[in-house]
Design a protein around this ligand. Structure first.
Ligand code: GDP
Ligand code: MG
Length: 299
């Protein structure tokens, strides 16, 4: 236990095929805690893996459409009006394995610029370089093209600089409670998907007004013969935030609940009773243990 605030967030991995995204993920997570979700189409993001440490929980997510090998693939992606896959993440990690700047990269940057999320550029496979200094001109070049949060040379395969990489990630993560239990090892079970769906509906409904430190926990998930009963708590920090989430005469919460219930019924293939509460948790800066205990007992 210590007094550091707990941090929790979503990190999207993008980059061309073969850049080394999977290798990086495997190295960061180790097999034990890597997971895949069973019904990827039901949420914005496919969860690739979760890493929970004493003071942080990082959820690595896939961004369908951003594994771009060609200009054609990119254009197809950019032409889609809804680019939900990159919104709602806290950090974007762009894995790049060739110290070369191409047209397709400029188009990716345009997209990232629109989104405005901090971007870490991870220059991978430095173990293949005879002379590490040979990267410097490229680093200089790309740093003039975009205001990256960091440009960091790594080797996903050899594990070089990955500790520094994780420090950068942790530094950029927002404060928040862990959404997943710390020993989550199998798939994104329906309970987690349920929390994700509620979160998604809130995000969509409130967008800019969404309290920064909001989080969701599931109190109960009762499967009965003809109905599943889900009791979830939306945690915020202040009265004002609570009012925003509930809305005038409860209109926001009602709408979010209806939409979430609709998706949940589809996901679970049963009728759903959804009970949403908004509660105030005064400070996130509690010990990680207490934070984890909050409402997760039934997961
Ligand atoms: P992804 O398509 O982005 O997921 O790329 P992968 O992780 O599947 O990696 C593609 C290939 O590059 C594999 O053969 C990896 O072993 C290799 N690779 C990934 N990272 C490194 C690295 O840091 N150094 C070297 N030498 N090879 C790497
Ligand atoms: Mg891969």
């Amino acid at each position: 236990m210590n007094n550091k605030p707990f941090k929790m967030g979503y990190v999207a991995l993008i980059g061309a095929p073969n850049a080394g995204k999977s290798t990086l993920l495997n190295h960061l997570l180790g097999q034990k805690i890597s997971i895949t979700s069973r019904k990827p189409q039901t949420t914005r993001h496919r969860i690739l893996g979760i890493k929970t440490q004493e003071n942080s929980q990082v959820v690595y997510v896939d961004t369908p459409g951003m594994h771009l090998g060609s200009k054609k693939a990119l254009n197809k992606y950019l032409n889609k009006t809804a680019d939900a896959s990159l919104t709602g993440v806290d950090i974007i990690v762009w894995v790049k394995d060739d110290a070369r700047w191409e047209d397709v990269d400029a188009s990716i940057l345009e997209k990232l610029r629109d989104i405005g999320t901090p971007v870490i550029l991870a220059l991978n496979k430095i173990d293949k370089l005879q002379d590490k200094a040979s990267l410097l001109p490229f680093v200089q070049e790309v740093s003039t093209k975009y205001d990256f949060a960091t440009i960091i040379p790594i080797s996903a395969l050899a594990g070089t600089k990955l500790i520094d990489f994780e420090e950068v990630v942790n530094g950029l993560l927002p404060e928040g409670m862990p959404l997943y239990p710390e020993d989550q090892i199998t798939d994104s079970s329906e309970r987690f998907m349920a929390a994700e769906i509620i979160r998604e509906k809130l995000t969509r409904r409130l967008s800019d007004e969404l309290p920064h430190s909001m989080s969701i926990s599931l109190e109960q998930f009762k499967v009965e013969e003809n109905i599943t009963r889900i009791y979830a708590t939306i945690w915020v920090e202040r009265d004002g935030q609570k009012n925003i989430v509930i809305g005038k005469k409860g209109v926001v919460l009602k709408e979010v609940g209806t939409r979430a219930r609709h998706d949940l019924e589809e996901l679970l293939d049963t009728k759903v009773y959804l009970n949403l509460w908004v509660k105030i948790k005064k400070s996130w800066s509690e010990s990680a243990r207490e934070v984890i205990n909050l409402g997760y007992t039934d997961l």
